[in-house]
Design a binder for this molecule. Structure first.
Ligand SMILES: Nc1ncnc2c1ncn2[C@@H]1O[C@H](COP(=O)(O)OP(=O)(O)OP(=O)(O)O)[C@@H](O)[C@H]1O
Length: 364
């Protein structure tokens, strides 16, 4: 069977500013109806990548394809207005002197009736048809954002590029608008590339996440895989708080106060870091103080004493000073669990939730 052709594909895009490579051989593809999130810290080159795809920035090397057809390399270049790409940025500014309907119709081709039908269809989908003849100033921030989305989607773009489109909205509003936006984007079957520096946004929106750091994509895959099979310590810590203990490898194993961990492919004598998220650090509540027996999954329990416990809303955060080296580890526990400072607790590193990385090594 023929391989499906990506709606958008970029190959080895490179952009340098003043000797610094801010986008460094970035390649990715997005299928129709798929949302890919370009996720990374501020300044890692996400927006520059998006601007090159939009055609408002020229790459130093690399190619961009739409439906398998070259639209831009260093010699050939289709101008931005002929790329059929929809854009949505944080500063989405609607035209204040045009009605909501005319804002959405802006850039649409066809007869008056055709345009009106498309505008009504989209405003209906974003739940704002009643404002069609009103002006943008009558709308809240969230409503204006939905109009901007309708405007971007009106000409049926084959690709939607979105750069932090929800960051101007307050938290509660944002979740609703993200969900609505996602629904509409799927209905319209556009290939979406969404830039964000917020892991929660990427997890909520993406079919696929491309994790970017220092101009490079360090990992790409479904949110579940990025979260559960991270490539390095930084990739774990980008999504959550982490606990780290160290060990030395001997015979593809490392011995720690929490028992042995597998360290496949890491040479004898190398130092490793064993990383675990606070929600996976297990507190033994049943046999507290008695030193539970090791199990294949939980390993050996290590003793510590509570330093502080805080209630965070849906969970409690407990900080424990470990007897074996005096370090402080963090555990989160659902609901209310507020042991007093000084209380002894036994902790276990769940082996199926740990990541073992060579010390000091990251992908870039
Ligand atoms: N036109 C330009 N001239 C010089 N440097 C630039 C230019 N555009 C971007 N840069 C630099 O390139 C780097 C990447 O910028 P970019 O805006 O792509 O990052 P980003 O990941 O989108 O960050 P943010 O989330 O803060 O927007 C930054 O160091 C930025 O200062």
């Amino acid at each position: 069977m023929a391989q499906p052709v990506p709606r958008l594909e970029i190959r080895n895009l490179v952009r340098r500013f003043g000797g610094q490579t801010v986008v460094d051989h970035v390649s990715l593809s997005v299928m129709p109806g798929q949302v890919t999130c370009l996720l990374g810290p501020s300044g890692c080159g996400k927006s520059t990548t998006l601007r090159m795809i939009a055609g408002v920035e020229m790459q130093d090397s690399g190619e961009i394809y739409v439906d398998g057809n070259l639209i831009c390399d260093t010699v050939f270049r289709i101008p931005p207005e002929r790329r059929h790409i929809g854009l949505m940025f944080q500063d989405f500014a609607l035209f204040p002197h045009l009605s909501v309907g005319d804002n959405v119709a802006f850039g649409l081709k066809g007869t008056k009736e055709e345009k009106r039908a498309r505008v009504e269809e989209l405003l209906d989908k974003v739940g704002l048809k009643r404002f069609i003849d009103g002006f943008p100033y009558l709308l809240s921030g969230g409503e204006q954002q939905r109009v901007a989305l309708a405007r971007a989607l009106a000409p049926r773009p084959r690709i939607m590029l979105m750069d932090e489109p929800f960051s101007g909205l307050d938290n509660r509003l944002r979740d609703d608008i993200r969900d609505q936006t996602l629904e509409l984007l799927k209905e319209e079957d556009a290939a979406v590339l969404l830039v964000t520096h917020e892991p929660e946004e990427a997890m909520r929106m993406a079919d696929e996440i491309a994790l970017m750091r220092k101009g490079k994509i360090v990992q790409q895959g479904a949110p579940y895989n990025i979260y559960n099979a991270p490539v390095d310590k930084q990739a774990v810590s980008f999504f959550s708080d982490i606990n780290v203990i160290r060990g030395v490898v001997k015979g593809a194993l490392t011995d720690t106060a929490f028992g042995q961990f597998l360290a496949p492919g890491i040479p004898d004598g190398a130092e490793v870091e064993i990383v675990i998220r606070p929600q996976h650090l297990k507190i033994d509540l049943d046999r507290a103080g008695k030193g539970p027996l090791p199990t294949p999954q939980d390993g050996v329990a290590a003793r510590g004493e509570v330093v502080r416990a805080r209630f965070m809303g849906s969970e409690s955060l407990v900080e424990i000073r470990m007897d074996f080296d005096g370090s402080i580890l963090k555990a989160t526990v659902p609901n209310v669990f507020l042991p007093k400072p000084g209380k002894p607790l036994w902790l276990m590193f769940r082996r199926d939730r740990c990541f073992v990385f060579p010390l000091g090594k990251s992908v870039v």
